[in-house]
Design a protein around this ligand. Structure first.
Ligand SMILES: *Cc1c(COP(=O)(O)O)cnc(C)c1O
Length: 390
């Protein structure tokens, strides 16, 4: 018996999203397909999640294999193979050492990292930076520099300071041996405007964190896993954190987050210190392992760098020739176009021409296509942006 379908209607969904545009029913490669068959070139990729594009054979095969094994979930009370293999794959990619904890989202990864930093350092406070986005839960929101997201929910976690990004003196003052448990930063800020953080500032934070005995956390939820052309964005800076947090592309579209923890911090944690019912279950971990392996292939990352270099050139040229564009910033396939005007109407105008892009703060257009995007599709998308901005 088939149950008669109710018609799609957003009124039963909690109104915390301002959803726009058509009803999407399918996807293929870098395109989303609407109910009426219209194809949209997608430079949003589910907010930097769909790294392998839509209907990826890698993900399809992994999903079918995971289903064939008959295990979707068994809980973290017992051992299962995919999660153990995924942890080994991720720690191996960091050169060995360290351990992984799996959870279900980026905010959850950051919340866990804060707990680990407190247990290890025996201190409480957190330092974050202007323009940051670390999630929407009580501690991750406290470390997020978006007053409009925070205000209705205060008091958030106390003891969290937000310091101007790149200000060495202010950071020096804020990070203390007495109180600071964790320093958290996105090596390339995403939601805050697509801002690559200078390597020297990250190196300073490394030095200061070592001097003060606090954990340096790189939130690579958005910029990590190949997005910037290397598996971890911070590889390009030569600075290594004590913890990485990962999520967005990690599960190939399934909910999946991870905290990669140094040996020293791992040694401070014992059974019972942290847990999640779903984290790293066999279904999601099977898919995630194939996603990570695919992205970590040197040829895959080289292709991201090559396409990213081309895209960067085109966007910088657009910035140089359009009075409406102030600057193009980015790494790999993560780019922001800072406008001299509000970005939302441009995003809407692009959508009218079947190109999906998103904002990053009020005046930045963010471009985060699938990492598998073709050069032709990049060209097509940039041409639409040029027309919209003409
Ligand atoms: C999206 C994002 C998060 C939050 O991830 P959720 O899965 O939405 O909780 C945290 N940090 C960064 C850098 C992000 O881009």
């Amino acid at each position: 018996m088939t149950i008669p379908a109710t018609s799609a209607d957003a009124t039963a969904l909690l109104g915390v999203y301002a959803r726009v545009g058509p009803l999407f029913v399918a996807g293929e490669g870098s395109e989303l397909i609407a109910e009426d068959g219209t194809r949209y070139l997608d430079f949003v990729a589910g907010i930097a999640v769909n790294a392998l594009g839509y209907n990826s054979p890698v993900i399809r095969d992994a999903v079918l294999r995971a289903l064939d094994a008959g295990l979707i979930h068994v809980s973290n009370l017992y051992r299962t193979e995919p999660g153990e293999r995924l942890a080994a794959e991720l720690t191996k990619s960091l050169g060995g050492g360290g351990q992984a904890f799996f959870c279900n989202s980026g905010a959850e990864a950051n919340e866990g990292a804060f707990k680990f930093a407190r247990k290890w350092s025996k201190k409480t406070d957190i330092v974050a930076f202007s323009g940051s986005f670390h999630g929407r839960l009580f501690a991750s929101l406290a470390a997020t520099d978006r007053p409009d997201y925070r205000r209705p929910f205060e008091p958030l976690l106390t003891g969290v300071q937000i310091v101007p990004l790149g200000d060495v003196e202010a950071a020096q003052h804020a990070i203390t041996a007495d109180r600071t448990a964790a320093v958290i930063i996105e090596p390339v800020q995403g939601e805050g405007g697509v801002r690559p953080v200078p390597a020297e500032f990250l190196a300073f934070l490394r030095e200061r964190s070592d001097a003060c005995g606090c954990a340096l956390i790189f939130d690579e939820v958005q910029c990590g896993l190949g997005r910037t052309g290397t598996l971890f964005a911070s590889e390009q800076t030569g600075v290594t954190p004590d913890m990485y947090t990962l999520a967005k592309p990690l599960g190939g579209g399934l909910p999946m987050g991870a905290i990669l923890v140094s040996d020293a911090i791992a040694a401070a944690l014992a059974p019972g210190d942290h847990a999640t019912t779903f984290g790293g279950g066999p279904f999601v971990a099977t898919v995630s392992l194939d996603v990570v392996r695919t992205i970590a292939e040197p040829e895959f990352l080289a292709a991201v760098r090559a396409k990213g270099a081309w895209l960067g050139d085109r966007l910088r040229r657009l910035a140089a020739t359009s009075a409406r564009v102030r600057e193009a910033r980015g790494r790999g396939l993560m780019w922001g176009l800072e406008l001299n005007e509000v970005a939302a109407p441009i995003v809407a105008a692009a959508r009218e021409r079947q190109l999906l892009v998103l904002t990053a703060g009020p005046s930045v257009i963010r471009i985060v296509p699938p990492l598998t995007v073709s050069r032709e599709d990049l060209e097509r998308g940039v041409t639409i942006l040029e027309e919209v901005l003409a």
